[in-house]
Write a protein that binds this ligand. Structure first.
Ligand SMILES: NC(=O)c1ccc[n+]([C@@H]2O[C@H](COP(=O)([O-])OP(=O)(O)OC[C@H]3O[C@@H](n4cnc5c(N)ncnc54)[C@H](OP(=O)(O)O)[C@@H]3O)[C@@H](O)[C@H]2O)c1
Length: 246
C-alpha cells in the first residue's frame, strides 16, 4: 500500500529531506507551498526517487481564506491521509519585533495562527477518518521564553500547547499527534548563523521525524540530546533565568 502524505511548507529544507525519504518508500505525496516553481522541481525529484505520485499546489499559509478550499482539493485527490507534516516557518528579527506591533503580529501569524487554522480543519478530517498522523515542526525555542527570540518562542510554544490539546482530543479516534522540536538545523532559515557542534543537518532531522511517526511518539526532540538540554533549561528557576543573557 502506498502511504498518502500531505506536506505543508514543502519547500522547507527539513520538509524536502523528509519528502526524499517518503519518495523512496513509494508514497503518494501532496506538496503545498507558496513557491510553485520550486514545488514543481521537488515533485519531479520525488518521482525520480520513487514516489508513486507527487502532486503540488500553491498555498501561502497566511492567506487563511484559502485554507479550506486548498485542503478540500487535497482530500478530493487522496480521500484519506496517513500522515500530515506541517513544516513552514520564519525566523523573526527579534529586534524588529520589539519596535513594531505589525512585525510581531505578522510573525505570530506565520508561525502560530496559520498552523492553528490548518490544524483546526485537518483535525476534523482525521477525526472522521479515525486514523492518521498529524506531525508539526515547532521548536525547542517554544519550551521557554528567552530575550533573544521570544516572539518566535511564543509562537512555537502556542503551537505545542495546541498540539497537546489536539492529541488529547483525538486519542479516542486513533489519530496520532506528533510535536517535533528541532534544535539548531543548518537550513536557509539559519544561513546567517555561525555553525557549531550542536548543529544538525536536515537529513538527520528528517530521519528522526519519520522514525517518530512510525513509533507514534508524542514529542520529538531532535537530535535527541536536545531533550536533555531543554530539560535543564526548563528547570532553571525563573529568579535565575531572568538574569541570564540567552
Ligand atoms: N532551522 C532550524 O534551526 C530550526 C529549528 C527549530 C525549528 N525549525 C522549524 O523547522 C521548520 C522548517 O524550517 P527550515 O529550517 O526547514 O527552514 P527553511 O528551509 O527556511 O523553510 C521555511 C519554509 O517556510 C516556508 N514559508 C514561510 N512563510 C510561508 C508562507 N507564508 N506560506 C507558505 N510557506 C511559507 C518557506 O517558503 P518559501 O520557500 O516560499 O520562502 C520555507 O519553505 C520551520 O517551522 C522552522 O520554524 C527550524
Amino acid at each position: 500500500m502506498h502511504k498518502n502524505i500531505l506536506i505543508i511548507g514543502a519547500t522547507s529544507a527539513i520538509a524536502q529531506a523528509t519528502i526524499r525519504l517518503y519518495a523512496e518508500q513509494n508514497a503518494n505525496l501532496y506538496l503545498l507551498g507558496r513557491n510553485l516553481e520550486q514545488l514543481e522541481t521537488i515533485a519531479a525529484d520525488a518521482k525520480i526517487r520513487g514516489a508513486n505520485q507527487a502532486v503540488f499546489s500553491a498555498l501561502d499559509v497566511t492567506e487563511y481564506e484559502t485554507h479550506e478550499s486548498v485542503l478540500n482539493e487535497v482530500f478530493e485527490k487522496f480521500i484519506t491521509l496517513d500522515t500530515i507534516l506541517i513544516a513552514h516557518g520564519t525566523l523573526p528579527d527579534q529586534a524588529a519585533c520589539e519596535q513594531s506591533v505589525a512585525v510581531t503580529l505578522q510573525e505570530l501569524n506565520t508561525n502560530a495562527l496559520s498552523t492553528i487554522s490548518l490544524l483546526t480543519l485537518l483535525a476534523n478530517r482525521l477525526q472522521t477518518q479515525q486514523s492518521g498522523c498529524i506531525a508539526v515542526i515547532s521548536s525547542v525555542a517554544g519550551d521557554r521564553g528567552r530575550q533573544s527570540n521570544y516572539v518566535y518562542g511564543a509562537a512555537k510554544g502556542m503551537v505545542s500547547i495546541f498540539l497537546q490539546g489536539l492529541r488529547n482530543r483525538l486519542m479516542p479516534y486513533h489519530v496520532h499527534v506528533l510535536d517535533i522540536k528541532p534544535g539548531f538545523v543548518d537550513t536557509p532559515m539559519t544561513a546567517e548563523f555561525k555553525k557549531g557542534p550542536l548543529w544538525a543537518q536536515p537529513e538527520q532531522i528528517a530521519k528522526s521525524i519519520i522514525n517518530a511517526i512510525e513509533k507514534r511518539k508524542n514529542t520529538l526532540y531532535t537530535p535527541v540530546f536536545w531533550a536533555g538540554i531543554m530539560f535543564i533549561i526548563r528547570h532553571v528557576p525563573e529568579v535565575i533565568f531572568k538574569r541570564l543573557k540567552l
